[in-house]
Ligand binder design. Structure first.
Ligand SMILES: [Zn+2]
Length: 76
């Protein structure tokens, strides 16, 4: 069995090198920030006067997790 020159794992047809945990954490963090920003943008559009404080928090939180979820989904 051939070995992968990068990670030294078994080089099978479907081989994919495991990514460094630091990079994965950075990607998740970036996705969370991006999702949070989208949530904030939605809040700013829906609630320009900042009256729906509770909904604001919920939308931003959902945005953060949606960002992480989407990132995981797209990167497999
Ligand atoms: Zn590899």
């Amino acid at each position: 069995m051939a070995t992968c020159p990068r990670c030294r794992g078994h080089l099978t047809e479907t081989h994919r090198c495991p990514r460094a945990p630091v990079r994965v954490a950075a990607e998740i963090g970036l996705a969370a920030v991006a999702g949070g920003l989208v949530g904030l943008l939605i809040v700013a559009l829906l609630d320009p006067h900042g009256q729906m404080t509770q909904i604001d928090t919920v939308v931003v939180t959902v945005g953060v997790f949606a960002g992480i979820g989407l990132d995981r989904l797209l990167r497999g």
